[in-house]
Design a protein around this ligand. Structure first.
Ligand code: IDC
Length: 476
């Protein structure tokens, strides 16, 4: 009898051991470990009220670098870069901005994708209304109210989503008075549908003047923090003093943007100043989000322009900013060729297209995924300008699903009259061979529901005035 009991105890202990091993092998995600964040006594804290340090990476403008909104990218940041937060930067007024002709539908889809990948991975996400050339946040106040109300309602049940309502107010219109007046409608728009998400408010002079917020903070709402931005090759000890003073006096601050480049986003990088900044941030447990995840040819980009992959990066893919950041976030360099992240590439699919085509549209019917679908593409030349003796022609293509079934993948072929190079592009992966441009979707705009549309744009540079000679679209 006793022997049997001892045997049972033995088996029980072994099972417990196995369970323990399993649990320790599977580390908790940032959200599993910390839950909903809030602001308490000037600090960002986790669900248990303990200090929590946001370590984030910001996308570049969503209209311009949508390909980095993919799950593998975010997982790589989480697992190899020590990142717990993704900032989704949506420009409002620049070219392709939310309020200046960018496809609001596509931008919202990208935000949906970004939030869902971050949520699946247990990461935090900041939705950033990226004002910049529109220095005065009141310029697009009505649009911001609508956007934030809709978005905060959609994600009301998400404990990991935060809202940054005005990236960088600047110029005379970006005064603290105007920011407060703007926040006076946007905050209630969010709070009306979402009672406790953290809201981060930008500060004057490109989110540097936290002293203004300290002198006259926003009252009447909880879970409010203020933005502070720095670029280490430009901003040095004066700016650190300003930040330290505000934080010491109890102002909740999140550094929602920083880099070690110059403030232009380019020029030299200053790792020594960068380290001084990180020391200060660590001293006060201030959250920080680095600008930016892209391979743009600028020194603040974290990936080299030669890097064509959109996740699972290795050491050789990183710029000086990228390798410095990993060191700053994890305490060690990324070594060797150890790509990480799931197996989804996220940068589009390779599904085949089939069927013959006619200019402007192809038609077909049926619902199986390998059959042709009725899609129609309408090309439009939206602008032409001359610079440095070259012609720049900007085109917008609207692809519409005219059939009853869902389009699961598509391809557009555009032929142009004159030789050209593609100088800019958005919302599509593009490949040029001679005068033919083949456009394929990203993961987020691959599927088009019946009657739905997706917009794609590009700019070509040529020596002579340009025109489209043929457009073909295929959907499956
Ligand atoms: C920069 C981008 C650059 C882009 C430019 C204008 O890095 O590729 O052409 O914006 O759209 C900020 C801004 C942020 C800037 C960044 C670097 O919030 O949008 O990005 N910066 O200049 N504030 C200070 C620096």
């Amino acid at each position: 009898m006793r022997k049997k009991r001892r045997m049972l105890l033995f088996v029980f202990l072994i099972l417990m051991g196995i369970l323990g091993m399993y649990q320790s092998a599977k580390a908790a995600t940032p959200y599993e470990a910390n839950g909903r964040l809030s602001v308490s006594k000037g600090k960002v804290v986790n669900a248990k009220g303990e200090a929590f340090v946001i370590k984030g990476v910001s996308t570049h403008g969503l209209s311009w670098y949508p390909e980095y909104v993919n799950k593998q990218a975010f997982q790589t940041l989480r697992d190899n870069w020590g990142v717990n937060t993704i900032r989704l930067a949506m420009y409002t007024a620049e070219y392709g901005g939310y309020c200046t002709g960018g496809s609001q539908e596509n931008l919202k889809k990208l935000i949906d994708q970004g939030v869902s990948y971050a949520t699946d991975l247990g990461m935090y996400v900041i939705i950033d209304w990226h004002i910049l050339s529109d220095g005065n946040p009141l310029t697009y106040q009505a649009q911001a109210n609508r956007f934030f109300q809709e978005t905060a309602k959609k994600y009301a049940g998400y404990g990991n989503v935060m809202y940054e309502i005005c990236n960088e107010p600047n110029g005379s219109g970006g005064s603290w008075k105007n920011i407060k007046s703007y926040a006076g409608t946007v905050i209630p728009a969010i709070r009306g549908v979402n009672s406790n998400a953290i809201i981060i408010v930008g500060t004057p002079t490109w989110s540097q003047d936290v002293d203004k917020a300290l002198a006259d903070p926003i009252t009447g709402y909880g879970n409010i923090a203020y933005a502070f931005h720095f670029y280490a090759a430009t901003h040095k000890s004066d700016m650190r003093n300003k930040l330290e003073n505000a934080v010491k006096k109890g102002l909740p601050v999140v550094v929602t943007e920083f880099g070690i480049s110059e403030a232009s986003g380019n020029g030299t990088v200053d790792t020594a100043e960068g380290n001084r900044w990180i020391t200060l941030l660590n001293q006060y447990g201030i959250g920080r989000v680095c600008w930016n995840l892209s391979n743009k040819n600028e020194t603040c980009a974290l990936l080299k322009s030669s890097c064509k992959t959109t996740g699972g990066w290795t050491a050789s893919d990183l710029t000086a900013s990228g390798s410095w950041l990993i060191q700053a976030y994890t305490g060690k360099a990324l070594t060797g060729n150890t790509p990480s992240g799931g197996s989804t590439s996220g940068s589009g699919t390779t599904g085949s297209t089939s069927g013959s085509s006619t200019t402007g549209s192809t038609s077909g019917s049926g619902s199986s995924t390998s059959e042709k679908k009725v899609v129609k593409v309408s090309p439009k030349k939206v602008a032409v300008w001359k610079s440095g003796g070259k012609y720049y022609s900007q085109y917008k293509l609207v692809l519409k699903n005219k059939g009853a079934g869902t389009v699961n993948n598509w391809k557009i072929i555009v032929k142009l009259k004159q030789s050209y190079v593609v100088s800019d592009k958005w919302c599509g992966r593009m490949k040029r061979v001679d005068k033919t441009l083949t456009i394929r979707p990203y993961e987020w705009n691959r599927v088009i529901s019946p009657n739905g549309t997706t917009e794609i744009g590009f700019i070509v540079r040529s020596s002579r005035p340009q025109r489209i000679t043929t457009v073909l679209a295929k959907g499956v």
